[in-house]
Design a protein. Structure first.
Length: 337
């Protein structure tokens, strides 16, 4: 392949596969914390009975009957399991960060291999979007560390998307087609990938919010669903986290569409032509604008707004998979091989 560094491309593919494996290990750790980390966390120790010492003719004195550090008190197995699971949870964060670094290296090496920004086809775009999804979750943890044990739910779709990218959507490293040889590729596609990767994390949090809110209204009859809902954080916390991610992503997506229109005018002589990709990008933008408006409207907060959020991510998924693969247009750069 002319202009392609084959060894660097092969190294990038190896780092990509390694990142999937590290993410999978982190997902297992997060799942272990989710399953066992809260066992015993809410165990309440009843206050020890007070004893009254009465001196000869003196006043009553109340003392704590429980020693400060009872030497013969056996450790509670549930609390011990919870402690171990929480340590595993913290190590899973470390693994997640390590996976993100390896993933970033894979993208950087791919860029060196093709001597261009590496998101010109579906495989490369999915890789970048997956990395952003992980980084968005780590950013949420920075603000809300109590949501750490939900990492398994976030990493699962990331791993599935990366697996799909590495198999069905995989494309060998190749030079950019002439239509993509523009600095607008780095600006437009970068903003889109950041926005859509973060919106994937918001969608996961929204699904968990709907599960928790449904259980709060009427407990699930299914024991598995009930156990899932009980261990989730408060519905308000999940809803707020999902909203913050959308509030961060929407302006980026808006600027991405504007940059895409400017690039289209330079490349094709018109700002907007209702190409299938452009049409669905506009639909996604409208849906998320409705979501943000709904969150600001008293009657549409909560579950109604959450369903709009999921509709928006459904439109993103349709635009990425169906429009890219099935529908032909000026944006047909799937690069499947």
């Amino acid at each position: 392949m002319s202009g392609i560094n084959g060894s660097m491309a092969h190294l990038s593919d190896g780092l990509f596969t390694t990142a999937i494996a590290v993410y999978a290990g982190a997902m297992v750790g997060f799942t272990a914390e989710y399953a066992f980390g809260r066992v015993g966390r809410k165990l309440a120790v009843a206050p020890a009975p007070a004893r009254e010492l009465v001196g000869a003719g003196g006043p009553s004195v109340v003392e704590d009957a429980l020693p400060a550090d009872p030497p013969d008190l056996p450790a509670d197995p549930a609390v011990a399991r919870a402690s171990r699971a929480e340590r595993i949870g913290w190590w899973s964060v470390v693994l997640c960060v390590a996976g993100a670094l390896i993933h970033t290296s894979s993208i950087a090496v791919r860029a060196l291999a093709v001597d261009a920004v590496p998101w010109s086809n579906m495989y490369e775009f999915a890789s970048v979007a997956g990395l952003v999804g992980v980084l968005a979750f780590l950013a949420v943890l920075w603000r809300l560390p109590a949501l750490r044990y939900l990492g398994g739910f976030v990493l699962l779709p990331v791993i599935l998307m990366m697996f799909l990218a590495g198999t069905v959507l995989y494309s060998k490293a190749q030079p950019l087609v002439p239509a993509l040889q523009s600095y607008w590729l780095a600006i437009h596609v970068t903003l889109v990938s950041i926005a859509e990767g973060a919106l994937m994390t918001s969608a996961v949090l929204t699904v968990l919010y709907l599960v928790k809110a449904r259980h709060d209204r009427k407990p699930f009859g299914s024991e598995r669903l009930a156990n899932l809902a009980v261990k989730l954080p408060a519905a308000e916390s999940l809803d707020k986290a999902a909203y913050r991610v959308v509030a961060f992503s929407f302006p980026l997506y808006t600027v991405a569409i504007i940059c895409g229109a400017i690039w289209a005018e330079a490349a094709w002589g018109r700002y907007w032509g209702w190409d299938p990709k452009e049409t669905w990008a506009f639909i996604v933008w409208v849906v998320y604008a409705c979501y943000l408006h709904a969150r600001a409207t008293a009657g549409w907060k909560g579950r109604a707004a959450a369903w709009i959020n999921l509709t928006g991510f459904g439109a993103i998924t349709f635009n990425f998979l169906i429009v890219n693969i099935v529908v032909s247009g000026l944006h047909s750069y799937a690069g499947l091989s």
